[in-house]
Design a protein around this ligand. Structure first.
Ligand code: GLP
Length: 252
Protein backbone atom coordinates (compact mmCIF):
# COMPACT_ATOMS: atom_id res chain seq x y z
CA UNK A 1 0.00 0.00 0.00
CA UNK A 2 1.34 3.40 -0.92
CA UNK A 3 1.23 6.04 1.75
CA UNK A 4 0.74 9.69 0.84
CA UNK A 5 2.28 12.55 2.83
CA UNK A 6 1.07 16.04 2.01
CA UNK A 7 3.23 18.99 3.04
CA UNK A 8 2.55 22.73 2.84
CA UNK A 9 5.38 23.35 0.38
CA UNK A 10 8.46 21.74 -1.21
CA UNK A 11 10.74 23.15 1.49
CA UNK A 12 8.93 21.38 4.33
CA UNK A 13 8.60 18.19 2.27
CA UNK A 14 12.34 18.27 1.51
CA UNK A 15 13.17 18.86 5.17
CA UNK A 16 11.08 15.84 6.22
CA UNK A 17 12.77 13.54 3.70
CA UNK A 18 16.22 14.88 4.61
CA UNK A 19 15.47 14.23 8.29
CA UNK A 20 14.57 10.62 7.48
CA UNK A 21 17.79 10.21 5.49
CA UNK A 22 19.85 11.75 8.32
CA UNK A 23 18.27 9.34 10.81
CA UNK A 24 19.04 6.41 8.52
CA UNK A 25 22.68 7.50 8.11
CA UNK A 26 23.12 7.91 11.87
CA UNK A 27 21.46 4.56 12.63
CA UNK A 28 23.73 2.75 10.14
CA UNK A 29 26.81 4.58 11.49
CA UNK A 30 25.90 3.51 15.05
CA UNK A 31 25.81 -0.11 13.81
CA UNK A 32 29.15 0.38 12.05
CA UNK A 33 27.47 -0.28 8.69
CA UNK A 34 27.25 1.52 5.36
CA UNK A 35 24.08 3.40 4.45
CA UNK A 36 23.31 3.00 0.73
CA UNK A 37 21.29 5.87 -0.70
CA UNK A 38 19.63 5.97 -4.10
CA UNK A 39 19.67 9.56 -5.38
CA UNK A 40 17.74 11.33 -8.12
CA UNK A 41 18.26 14.48 -10.14
CA UNK A 42 15.74 16.81 -11.79
CA UNK A 43 14.33 19.91 -10.12
CA UNK A 44 12.20 18.07 -7.58
CA UNK A 45 14.72 16.81 -4.98
CA UNK A 46 16.49 20.20 -4.68
CA UNK A 47 14.91 20.94 -1.29
CA UNK A 48 16.10 17.57 0.08
CA UNK A 49 19.69 18.29 -0.98
CA UNK A 50 19.54 21.85 0.36
CA UNK A 51 18.55 20.50 3.78
CA UNK A 52 21.16 17.70 3.69
CA UNK A 53 23.84 20.33 2.95
CA UNK A 54 22.60 22.35 5.93
CA UNK A 55 22.59 19.30 8.24
CA UNK A 56 26.17 18.54 7.18
CA UNK A 57 27.32 22.13 7.66
CA UNK A 58 25.46 23.02 10.84
CA UNK A 59 24.93 19.71 12.61
CA UNK A 60 27.94 17.71 11.49
CA UNK A 61 25.93 15.05 9.65
CA UNK A 62 28.69 12.92 8.12
CA UNK A 63 28.43 11.01 4.85
CA UNK A 64 31.79 9.30 5.41
CA UNK A 65 30.11 5.90 5.78
CA UNK A 66 27.57 6.38 2.99
CA UNK A 67 27.53 4.99 -0.55
CA UNK A 68 25.33 6.80 -3.08
CA UNK A 69 23.90 5.49 -6.33
CA UNK A 70 22.19 7.81 -8.79
CA UNK A 71 19.22 6.58 -10.77
CA UNK A 72 20.08 7.68 -14.26
CA UNK A 73 22.17 9.68 -16.73
CA UNK A 74 21.89 10.79 -20.33
CA UNK A 75 23.88 8.74 -22.87
CA UNK A 76 26.06 9.78 -24.41
CA UNK A 77 26.97 12.87 -22.42
CA UNK A 78 30.19 14.32 -21.06
CA UNK A 79 29.97 14.47 -17.24
CA UNK A 80 31.27 18.06 -17.57
CA UNK A 81 28.25 19.08 -19.70
CA UNK A 82 26.10 21.60 -17.79
CA UNK A 83 23.05 19.34 -18.19
CA UNK A 84 24.68 16.04 -17.22
CA UNK A 85 23.10 14.48 -14.14
CA UNK A 86 26.58 13.85 -12.78
CA UNK A 87 27.36 17.56 -12.82
CA UNK A 88 23.99 18.44 -11.32
CA UNK A 89 24.46 15.90 -8.52
CA UNK A 90 27.93 17.18 -7.73
CA UNK A 91 26.72 20.78 -7.64
CA UNK A 92 23.58 20.08 -5.61
CA UNK A 93 25.12 17.80 -2.99
CA UNK A 94 28.28 15.80 -3.50
CA UNK A 95 30.77 18.69 -3.60
CA UNK A 96 29.33 20.15 -0.39
CA UNK A 97 29.52 17.04 1.82
CA UNK A 98 32.15 14.56 3.01
CA UNK A 99 31.07 11.60 0.87
CA UNK A 100 34.28 9.78 -0.18
CA UNK A 101 34.78 10.25 -3.96
CA UNK A 102 34.77 6.49 -4.60
CA UNK A 103 31.41 6.18 -2.82
CA UNK A 104 29.60 8.39 -5.36
CA UNK A 105 28.18 6.16 -8.10
CA UNK A 106 26.36 7.34 -11.22
CA UNK A 107 26.08 5.71 -14.64
CA UNK A 108 28.90 7.06 -16.82
CA UNK A 109 27.55 8.97 -19.81
CA UNK A 110 30.81 8.37 -21.68
CA UNK A 111 30.77 4.57 -21.46
CA UNK A 112 31.51 3.26 -25.00
CA UNK A 113 28.55 1.42 -26.55
CA UNK A 114 30.34 -1.93 -26.58
CA UNK A 115 31.10 -1.67 -22.87
CA UNK A 116 27.53 -0.86 -21.78
CA UNK A 117 26.28 -4.38 -20.93
CA UNK A 118 29.27 -4.96 -18.63
CA UNK A 119 29.02 -1.46 -17.12
CA UNK A 120 25.29 -1.89 -16.38
CA UNK A 121 25.91 -5.29 -14.78
CA UNK A 122 28.73 -3.77 -12.71
CA UNK A 123 26.38 -1.01 -11.53
CA UNK A 124 23.88 -3.60 -10.30
CA UNK A 125 26.68 -5.53 -8.60
CA UNK A 126 28.00 -2.42 -6.84
CA UNK A 127 24.53 -1.81 -5.37
CA UNK A 128 24.41 -5.40 -4.07
CA UNK A 129 27.97 -5.13 -2.72
CA UNK A 130 26.88 -2.04 -0.75
CA UNK A 131 24.19 -4.20 0.87
CA UNK A 132 21.32 -3.06 -1.38
CA UNK A 133 19.72 0.37 -1.34
CA UNK A 134 18.34 1.44 2.03
CA UNK A 135 16.30 4.27 0.53
CA UNK A 136 15.70 5.39 -3.05
CA UNK A 137 14.65 8.98 -3.76
CA UNK A 138 12.51 9.35 -6.88
CA UNK A 139 10.85 12.04 -8.91
CA UNK A 140 8.17 11.39 -11.51
CA UNK A 141 8.03 12.62 -15.10
CA UNK A 142 4.90 14.18 -16.58
CA UNK A 143 4.40 10.97 -18.60
CA UNK A 144 4.82 8.83 -15.46
CA UNK A 145 8.46 7.93 -16.07
CA UNK A 146 10.61 6.87 -13.13
CA UNK A 147 14.31 7.57 -13.63
CA UNK A 148 14.50 7.10 -17.39
CA UNK A 149 12.07 4.18 -17.33
CA UNK A 150 9.69 5.56 -19.93
CA UNK A 151 6.21 4.14 -20.66
CA UNK A 152 6.64 0.52 -21.78
CA UNK A 153 9.33 -0.28 -19.17
CA UNK A 154 8.77 -3.63 -17.50
CA UNK A 155 8.47 -4.26 -13.76
CA UNK A 156 11.48 -6.62 -13.87
CA UNK A 157 13.76 -4.29 -15.86
CA UNK A 158 17.36 -3.75 -14.69
CA UNK A 159 20.02 -1.07 -15.27
CA UNK A 160 20.27 -0.59 -19.04
CA UNK A 161 20.39 1.74 -22.04
CA UNK A 162 16.95 3.09 -23.02
CA UNK A 163 15.40 5.39 -25.62
CA UNK A 164 14.01 8.62 -24.18
CA UNK A 165 10.42 9.62 -24.90
CA UNK A 166 10.08 12.60 -27.24
CA UNK A 167 8.15 14.48 -24.53
CA UNK A 168 11.07 13.95 -22.12
CA UNK A 169 13.53 15.26 -24.72
CA UNK A 170 11.45 18.28 -25.61
CA UNK A 171 11.05 19.22 -21.92
CA UNK A 172 14.84 19.13 -21.59
CA UNK A 173 15.47 21.04 -24.83
CA UNK A 174 15.28 24.53 -23.30
CA UNK A 175 18.00 23.74 -20.78
CA UNK A 176 20.20 22.13 -23.46
CA UNK A 177 20.02 25.30 -25.56
CA UNK A 178 22.01 24.88 -28.79
CA UNK A 179 23.05 21.31 -27.93
CA UNK A 180 20.87 18.41 -28.99
CA UNK A 181 19.25 16.51 -26.11
CA UNK A 182 20.66 12.94 -26.13
CA UNK A 183 18.23 10.39 -27.57
CA UNK A 184 19.09 7.76 -24.99
CA UNK A 185 19.81 7.36 -21.33
CA UNK A 186 21.18 4.88 -18.78
CA UNK A 187 18.81 4.08 -15.96
CA UNK A 188 18.31 1.70 -13.08
CA UNK A 189 15.42 -0.55 -14.02
CA UNK A 190 12.07 -0.73 -12.28
CA UNK A 191 13.21 -4.10 -10.89
CA UNK A 192 16.40 -2.50 -9.52
CA UNK A 193 14.37 0.30 -7.90
CA UNK A 194 11.80 -2.08 -6.40
CA UNK A 195 14.60 -3.84 -4.49
CA UNK A 196 15.37 -0.69 -2.45
CA UNK A 197 14.10 -1.11 1.11
CA UNK A 198 12.30 2.26 1.12
CA UNK A 199 10.99 4.28 -1.82
CA UNK A 200 10.22 7.99 -1.46
CA UNK A 201 8.59 9.50 -4.54
CA UNK A 202 8.57 13.30 -4.52
CA UNK A 203 6.28 15.46 -6.63
CA UNK A 204 5.62 19.18 -6.28
CA UNK A 205 3.53 21.75 -8.10
CA UNK A 206 0.25 21.81 -9.99
CA UNK A 207 1.75 20.39 -13.19
CA UNK A 208 2.38 17.06 -11.39
CA UNK A 209 -1.17 16.83 -9.96
CA UNK A 210 -2.60 14.83 -12.88
CA UNK A 211 0.19 12.25 -13.11
CA UNK A 212 0.27 11.77 -9.32
CA UNK A 213 -3.48 11.11 -9.22
CA UNK A 214 -3.26 8.72 -12.18
CA UNK A 215 -0.29 6.80 -10.74
CA UNK A 216 -2.06 6.36 -7.40
CA UNK A 217 -5.36 5.30 -8.97
CA UNK A 218 -3.93 2.96 -11.63
CA UNK A 219 -3.40 -0.77 -11.38
CA UNK A 220 0.27 -1.56 -12.11
CA UNK A 221 0.89 -1.18 -15.84
CA UNK A 222 4.01 -0.57 -17.97
CA UNK A 223 2.03 2.19 -19.71
CA UNK A 224 2.48 4.21 -16.52
CA UNK A 225 5.86 3.28 -14.97
CA UNK A 226 5.11 5.08 -11.66
CA UNK A 227 2.17 2.70 -11.16
CA UNK A 228 4.62 -0.25 -11.13
CA UNK A 229 5.96 0.94 -7.77
CA UNK A 230 2.52 0.37 -6.20
CA UNK A 231 3.19 -3.07 -4.73
CA UNK A 232 6.32 -1.97 -2.82
CA UNK A 233 6.01 -2.59 0.95
CA UNK A 234 7.53 0.75 2.00
CA UNK A 235 6.55 3.38 -0.55
CA UNK A 236 5.68 6.97 0.42
CA UNK A 237 4.53 9.65 -2.01
CA UNK A 238 5.82 12.95 -0.62
CA UNK A 239 3.75 15.78 -2.09
CA UNK A 240 3.01 19.44 -1.65
CA UNK A 241 -0.62 20.62 -1.66
CA UNK A 242 -0.57 21.52 -5.34
CA UNK A 243 0.68 18.10 -6.48
CA UNK A 244 -1.89 16.37 -4.24
CA UNK A 245 -4.83 18.45 -5.45
CA UNK A 246 -6.35 15.89 -7.84
CA UNK A 247 -6.06 12.73 -5.76
CA UNK A 248 -9.54 11.19 -5.33
CA UNK A 249 -11.12 14.08 -7.21
CA UNK A 250 -12.24 11.82 -10.04
CA UNK A 251 -10.76 14.31 -12.54
CA UNK A 252 -7.44 12.61 -13.15
C1 GLP B 1 13.90 13.48 -15.54
C2 GLP B 1 14.77 12.41 -14.84
C3 GLP B 1 14.06 11.78 -13.66
C4 GLP B 1 13.32 12.85 -12.90
C5 GLP B 1 12.17 13.35 -13.75
C6 GLP B 1 11.41 14.53 -13.15
O1 GLP B 1 13.85 13.30 -16.92
N1 GLP B 1 15.28 11.37 -15.70
O2 GLP B 1 14.98 11.08 -12.86
O3 GLP B 1 12.81 12.33 -11.70
O4 GLP B 1 12.58 13.60 -15.09
O5 GLP B 1 12.14 15.72 -13.25
P1 GLP B 1 11.75 17.04 -12.46
O6 GLP B 1 12.00 16.74 -11.02
O7 GLP B 1 12.67 18.10 -12.98
O8 GLP B 1 10.30 17.30 -12.72
Amino acid sequence: MSQVQIHDDPASAGAAVAAEIAELIRARAAEGRTAALGLATGATPASVYQELRRLHREQGLSFAGVQSFNLDEYWPIDPAHPESFQRSMREQLIDAIDLPPAAFHIPDGLTPGAALPAACAAYERAILDAGGLDLQLLGVGLNGHIGFNEPGALAGSRTRLVELAESTRSRAAVAFGDDEVPRRGLTMGIGTILEARRLRVLAFGAQKAGIVARALASAPTPALPASLLGGHPDLVWVLDRAAAARIHSGSV
